[in-house]
Design a protein around this ligand. Sequence first.
Ligand code: MG
Length: 372
Amino acid sequence: MNAATPLGLDPIVVEREEALLAPYGTRSVDSRGRKYAEPVHAYRSPFQRDRDRIVHCSAFRRMAGKTQVFTGEMGDYHRNRLTHTLEVASIARTVGRALRLNEDLIEALALMHDIGHPPFGHSGEDVLNDCLNDHGGFNHNGQALRIVELLEQRYPDFPGLNLSLEVLAGQATRDKRRDNSESDSGVDGKAILEVQVVDAADSIAYDSHDVDDALQLGLLHMEDLVQVPLWRESAERVRSRGGELGAAELRRAVVRDLIERLVDDVIESTRQRLSEAPSDAGPIVSASEGVWRQKSELEAFLFREVYRHPLLIEKRAAAGVSLESLFSRYLAEPGGLPEPWRSRVEGEGVHRAVGDFLASLTDSEATRLAAE
Ligand code: MG
């Protein structure tokens, strides 16, 4: 192969993918390119470059200050939006490598999947959706696209990050499906496999880390989890390996076992589906039926016992009041918006400009502004 590949890609990139990827893996050479044409990079693949652009953008860093499930005031053990994202990327790469898919594309998709979350987790999202109800609404998946296509200002020649069309299309499939429950990981079967991998990894990550965090925070106790078959079986597997474990060690070992079982199962079941005749029924990258059922039971348990915990309901209510009052304040006085948000009022309308500004804030920035 010489350097005159269709996209002018470095032949090393092309050869590397040819050697590593399964026939169904997405190849850089088949990329539909970017909205604004750019010369290809000398040695980075287009999806590798997308991944780097995401990591270097400000919305990515701001995830460090945004709630995943538990707020910053509740301690510093639990996951925030950024560390959740890194766990998703890690699991997704493991699954993607085992299935011989494009890891650069998977990593780009994973690192951007939650970039559109506002402060205060899903309560922040609900408040912004209410405030923007007559102006197109708000959801974090759509906001992620808005950020990477428009709001990030890093290049003089185009708005946003000008990511490859495959990355944008992948995020768009997240945007299109239901958005009220993160515990349904049903990306449709038509999304490319790399997108489906990220979706499966997202749900493995939050199921396992939310149990871990809730136990550490004392919102759950290990005795409570005995009624959840997925947890119980992992706990039995850990005990069967022998050795005396303290409560914290046991918790960590069970969480580790849980992740491993879920990842193993997704890889195995996906390999099985890939070896069968293609069907239209649901995603290809997914758990087996039995594990899927057990996983749903764990999610129902988490929903009941953790996401609806009185302490979280209280935090969410307070966060909602803060964000709502900020929305009204800036709506009444858009001149108080900092740049570049103030300049966006004219083109986007005041509601959207205020929504974009508030969505960009970290929890602590929003709390500080609301207290002013
Ligand atoms: Mg996520």
